[in-house]
Design a protein around this ligand. Structure first.
Ligand SMILES: Nc1ncnc2c1ncn2[C@@H]1O[C@H](COP(=O)(O)OP(=O)(O)OP(=O)(O)O)[C@@H](O)[C@H]1O
Ligand SMILES: [Mg+2]
Length: 299
């Protein structure tokens, strides 16, 4: 039996909501009692409509956001409640690749400097230039171009620099938050290939957040579905797409015909919400195992 790399147990993140007069008016349950594991070496796909809490969950796992309640156990260590120094050390092994390489890179610093920074700050590397250059070469940014500023690169190249920043410090776990959503279709495929290759060569474990069901179907080992902060279904990817059990998952898959990515994009562009009416009060967050490894929340 493989030990999971990461366990999230009853993780919740609530944000205070203010009314129009700036007074406290309740809480927004961005992440609501979410329990799941991420296995070593797998790609766990995380899907769900905009605002369902995917990014917030990813940020909680990475300790970029303090959880309201719940536990996160990573490589056998409970992160929640860890002292800051120990948390920093762990953070080095958990990295993130963002959707928008434009805003995640510093416009004033060269590609080489961008990749040197985490090596200095997180890994205490005293001579990070050689390692940064080697990492950039690994993702296809070579030669003198490493001395150029972000604006001199294309969107795809910028995302390669963002990937180099994430992998330079030798992480185990990488949250990919919509890593190709801002890129043209032809470039998307190249970046996805690069991510798959790095996973193979470096033994990485991915949490892959995406709106694009066809991308998730293609590369995720297992897929999790979120809706309004809740985890509704989690299953091996083929089982989830071939035999979705939760009405919301069924609606999500029906609204976006997966085999035709162009139609899927058009449907998303129209912003058509899946036809699913959740219960007024959410039921228990416990998922039932309806088939081996296939977990579903009560509808
Ligand atoms: N710092 C914050 N303060 C208050 N509310 C927040 C904060 N961050 C996120 N939220 C809210 O939490 C909910 C979940 O947001 P989140 O960004 O996690 O969704 P998402 O699934 O990643 O959406 P998208 O697909 O659009 O990226 C949203 O209602 C959002 O407005
Ligand atoms: Mg998001």
């Amino acid at each position: 039996m493989t030990r999971p790399l990461l366990q999230a147990e009853h993780v919740s993140k609530h944000f205070p909501v203010k009314n129009q007069f700036g007074r406290a008016a309740g809480v927004l349950r961005a992440v609501d009692d979410v329990t799941f594991t991420v296995d070593r070496g797998e790609t766990l796909g995380l899907v769900g409509e905009s605002g369902s809490g995917k990014t917030t969950l990813g940020r909680c796992l990475l300790q970029m956001e303090a959880v309201t309640s719940g536990r996160i156990v990573y490589a056998g260590t409970e992160l929640t409640g860890l002292a800051p120094a120990a948390r920093r050390a762990t953070r080095r092994t958990m990295q993130v690749i963002f959707q928008d390489p434009y805003s995640s890179l510093n416009p004033q610093r060269t590609a080489l400097q961008q990749v040197m920074e985490p090596l200095q700050v997180l890994a205490g590397d005293l001579d990070p230039a050689a390692r940064a250059a080697a990492t950039l070469a690994r993702v296809g940014i070579t030669g003198d171009s490493v001395h150029k500023l972000p604006r001199a690169f294309s969107g795809g190249e910028r995302q390669r620099i963002g990937i180099a920043r994430a992998i330079a410090v030798n992480p185990q776990f990488v949250v990919c938050d919509e890593p190709v959503s801002a890129l043209d279709a032809s470039i998307q495929a190249q970046i996805l290939d690069l991510l798959a290759e790095l996973q193979r060569d470096l033994g990485l474990t991915y949490l892959f957040i995406s709106h694009d069901l066809s991308v998730v179907r293609h590369l995720a080992t297992r897929t999790a579905v979120m809706h309004r902060g809740r985890l509704l279904e989690l299953a091996p990817t083929a089982a989830l797409f071939d035999d979705p059990r939760h009405p919301y998952t069924q609606a999500l898959l029906a609204a976006i015909p997966v085999p035709d990515p162009r139609a899927a994009r058009a449907a998303r562009a129209r912003g058509r919400p899946p036809a699913y009416a959740p219960p007024a009060e959410p039921g228990p967050a416990t998922l039932a195992e309806v088939a081996p490894g296939h977990f579903v929340a009560a509808a």
